[in-house]
Write a new protein. Structure first.
Length: 117
């Protein structure tokens, strides 16, 4: 069973920074595609950023390009989302997501990020 545990959410100020972490308990972490999604209040969940270890590729939603950076530490089995230049519209519950090589998906429990203006 794969477990994803997010941490690092909280209250941030507009223009400030926060870093989210996602600890992954999985035997074959390096074969996964990892991503962060978010669900703003009253809206649907949306893709934020993703990383594919095997291809060395990262992808970002247009709304966060140039401000957010996804990265990971294979040895620690942890994925990070560095969020800079925060905006009030970044307020959301942020979810860590993993997709295995056989396309099985897992979600974390979510962590709240609130950005004040």
């Amino acid at each position: 069973q794969v477990h994803l545990v997010e941490s690092g959410g909280g209250l941030g100020q507009a223009g400030g920074s926060l870093r989210l972490s996602c600890a992954v308990s999985a035997p074959t972490f390096s074969t996964y595609t990892m991503a962060w999604f978010r669900q703003p209040p009253g809206k649907e969940r949306e893709f934020v950023a993703g990383i594919r270890w095997s291809a060395g590729r990262t992808d970002y939603a247009d709304s966060v390009k140039g401000r957010f950076t996804i990265s990971g530490d294979n040895a620690k089995k942890t994925v990070y989302l560095q969020m800079n230049s925060l905006k009030p519209e970044d307020t959301a519950v942020y979810y860590c997501h993993a997709r295995t090589y056989s396309s099985i998906e897992y979600w974390g429990q979510g962590t709240q990020v609130t950005v004040s203006s």
